[in-house]
Design a protein around this ligand. Structure first.
Ligand SMILES: *Cc1c(COP(=O)(O)O)cnc(C)c1O
Length: 385
């Protein structure tokens, strides 16, 4: 195993040194003035990143817990819900809401498909769903959905929308207020360039109104309890104070770069990764479109086992990429490029894949993946190297 490690999965993602350093400073007391100032600044920065004036609630828990907070605060046993699923995360929210006794209807697509607004409208109408669950970036497949159109369709049919933006926030455009998103859920460990352990739920006035009527039991994840504390700069229970310091530093970096510049960089990284994979003759599983800028899902040639490739990348080169799930495990691998990445991270992963495939006897013109990736990156106007 080589000493140097490269984290190229779509979460957790690499953390910039400034962000690690912020988390290594002496621990603050969460009721003191220093922490309150830090928390207030962090929440204000999160509002800027989410493009919202709604309440941002920050939890010491992973992204799934923030989603669970939406389920327990918005729903009551028997509430009709529509979950739109086209991969692992959509299916997870079906299971979660079912566990709380909601009347869950599923608009289910095959993994890798892109959900359609017309289907969402029709299914919300048919089921009288009061809440619709949408996944912005389905990390298991690489598909980034048109959440603006899906949310509009759900609203027109009468449902509130809860958006899983865990792997999209900070990487691709997400307009909480302009798109009227009722709840947006995200986590610290993806494009927000922070270690795992924090998650957020952004709550609109309509979602607050509904939460006031829901009867699901809740305590730690009770939104109202969290809001009361956050309004005075602290949390009801001891938060991961050092992660809040890290998240604040990461948000400062992201806002310094500028959200539009960050989106353009991610689009260019996606283009570079797809161009490199195609140059090796590999088939893309994720869509070949600019919106698909979070993770590139690639199929191995039929006689190359993707699980073996993923293990070899780690053992031989210290590179961690993600595998595929379920039926796709034998053929799929995924290169993440959200957060603290530049084009040379992408070319590192491509070069290593090329080397291993060439060793397996796959006919690849050597060096072509890196060359095409750099070309595709350079062609993107805003972020010329
Ligand atoms: C990572 C991720 C999550 C959250 O997973 P946790 O492990 O609970 O943080 C949820 N949805 C999507 C789309 C993700 O990529």
């Amino acid at each position: 195993m080589p000493g140097k490690r490269y984290l190229m999965a779509p979460g957790p993602t690499p953390v910039p040194p400034e962000v690690l350093a912020a988390g290594a400073r002496p621990v603050l007391h969460h009721r003191g003035p220093d922490f309150r100032a830090l928390m207030r600044r962090c929440l204000e920065r999160l509002r800027l990143v989410c493009r919202t004036e709604n309440d941002v609630l920050l939890y010491t828990a992973s992204g799934s817990a923030a989603f669970e907070s939406a389920v327990v605060n918005l729903l009551s046993p028997g509430s009709p819900v529509l979950a739109v699923s086209a991969g692992e995360f959509g299916e997870r929210w079906v299971a979660l809401a079912t566990a709380y006794g909601a009347d869950v209807h599923e608009l289910r697509y095959a993994w890798g498909e892109t959900p359609r607004a017309g289907d969402v409208r029709q299914r919300v109408e048919e089921t009288s769903a009061e809440v619709a669950f949408l996944v912005h970036s389905e990390t298991s497949t690489g598909v980034v959905a048109d959440v603006q159109a899906l949310a509009q369709a759900a609203h027109e049919a009468g449902a509130l929308v809860v958006v899983d933006a865990v792997s999209s926030l900070g990487a691709v455009p997400l307009e909480t207020d302009a798109w009227g998103l009722d709840v947006v859920v995200a986590g610290s460990q993806k494009a927000l360039m922070t270690p795992p352990g924090l998650s957020l739920a952004v709550v609109s006035p309509a979602a607050w109104e509904r939460a006031g009527r829901s009867t699901n039991p809740r305590f730690y994840f009770d939104w109202a309890r969290m809001k009361t504390s956050l309004d005075s700069g602290t949390t009801p229970f001891t938060p991961a104070v050092s992660l809040v310091a890290s998240l604040d530093a990461a948000l400062e970096l992201l806002l310094e770069e500028g959200l539009e510049a960050a989106f353009a960089r991610h689009a260019a990284l996606g283009r570079a990764c797809r161009a490199g994979a195609k140059a090796m003759g590999l088939e893309l599983f994720s869509p070949d479109e600019d919106r698909s800028a979070v993770v590139t899902a690639i199929l191995t040639p039929p006689d190359v086992d993707a699980r073996e490739l993923v293990l070899s990348l780690r053992d031989r080169f210290g590179i961690t990429v993600a595998g595929g799930h379920g039926d796709l495990a034998a053929r799929l691998f995924r290169i993440g490029h959200i957060g603290y990445y530049d084009v040379f991270d992408v070319t590192t992963a491509l070069a290593a894949v090329e080397l291993l495939l060439a060793e397996k006897g796959v006919g690849i013109e050597r060096g072509v993946a890196v060359a095409r990736a750099l070309e595709a990156y350079r062609e993107t106007a805003h972020v010329a190297t």
